[in-house]
Ligand binder design. Structure first.
Ligand code: FAD
Length: 289
């Protein structure tokens, strides 16, 4: 398959890209790594009349530490996220998650911004975005605004970024002392997308009691969600095996689990519980050092 004809634009700045978006409206699509958009265009699931390529816009890629907040440019590739020394030191769950996306060819070209703007229901990073408390910085003609992870994922492949905005950066808080996190998934054997994925972050006090727990689930439903029941079952508790097991039983609550070729609602709900438990166990191990 090949895409329908389109006009190709290569803006040299965010301002120029925004002006094109403003002028072309619904007829335009932004292009980042193209690993989701191009296949959709080839399948004619997307037929934009204009494609605005962000790859020549300076300043949209890179990772820096801004006084305890790690700032990741939207055009930073999965590989750059996976191999970043700053992220590995300050919030390793983000690098770990990037490291299990697709294969090296996908990770070398696909971008964190493209993945989070596309919001594929089986994408990996959305679960970690919820667990690690990402903030999304969108730029439009009127300036910048910040959206919290809980308000970002709106539905199937739908996010809070406006049609006339560009996701320019993602802000990630560095782990507090006593924290640990992990992302684990049951991968589709061909694509490596998550049939179900769970990201867990915990913070333990000096006595081993959990003072904060965040858990995100992806893959099972139409969008990534926060597993609030699991978090409530962990917070204020000493995280032994039994406590984790009981809390993880609530992992599918609040997920609009979808039956598809990969499994029934029952099977995917079971995977939510199993992978939540495993991610929490790994997070606790990491928090304990
Ligand atoms: C074979 C294969 C296997 C894959 N396996 C996995 C996997 O295991 N896990 C996983 O999570 N993903 C997987 N992916 C998807 C991959 O992670 C893509 O990189 C990602 O979904 C999209 O990123 P991109 O940079 O390619 O975005 P693009 O395809 O360029 O864009 C995707 C969408 O986001 C919009 N967009 C892009 N950038 C911005 C921006 N800055 N602001 C606003 N909107 C923007 C575009 O307009 C488009 O609608 C796989 C892809 C392939 C081809």
């Amino acid at each position: 398959m090949y895409p329908a004809a389109f006009e190709y634009h290569t803006p040299g700045s965010v301002r120029e890209a925004l002006s094109l978006l403003g002028k072309l409206g619904d007829d335009a699509k932004l292009l980042a790594g193209g690993h989701s958009l191009i296949p959709m265009m080839k399948l004619r699931l997307a037929q934009p009349k204009h494609v605005i390529d962000l790859r020549r816009v300076p300043g949209l890629a890179g990772i820096k530490d801004d006084k305890g907040t790690i700032v990741i440019g939207a055009m930073t590739t999965h590989w750059q996220v996976e191999s970043s020394p700053v992220l590995r030191e300050k919030c390793p769950i983000v690098s770990d998650t990037a490291g299990v996306i697709g294969d090296p060819a996908v990770r070398n070209v696909g971008t964190i911004g493209g993945s989070l703007a596309h919001a594929d229901p089986a994408a990996d990073m959305p679960a970690t975005a919820i667990a690690a408390g990402f903030e999304f910085v969108c730029e439009g003609a009127k300036g910048r605004r910040t959206v919290k992870a809980d308000d970002w994922f709106k539905g199937l492949m739908s996010t809070a970024v406006g049609d006339d905005e560009i996701l320019v950066e993602i802000r990630v808080p560095a782990w507090a002392a006593g924290s640990g996190g992990a992302y684990l998934k049951f991968p589709h054997p061909a694509s490596r997308f998550a049939v179900v994925g769970a990201a867990a972050m915990v913070t333990l006090d000096g006595t081993g009691v959990c003072t904060k727990a965040s858990v995100g689930i992806t893959g099972a439903g139409t969008k990534a969600v926060r597993a609030k029941g699991v978090e409530a079952g962990l917070t204020g508790q000493t995280l032994d095996q039994a406590t984790i097991e009981v809390a993880a039983q609530k992992a599918a609550e609040g997920v609009d689990v979808q039956a598809d070729l990969q499994g029934s609602v029952e099977y995917k709900s079971h995977l939510c519980r199993v992978f939540a438990r495993r991610a929490i166990e790994a997070a606790v191990k990491r928090a304990k050092g």
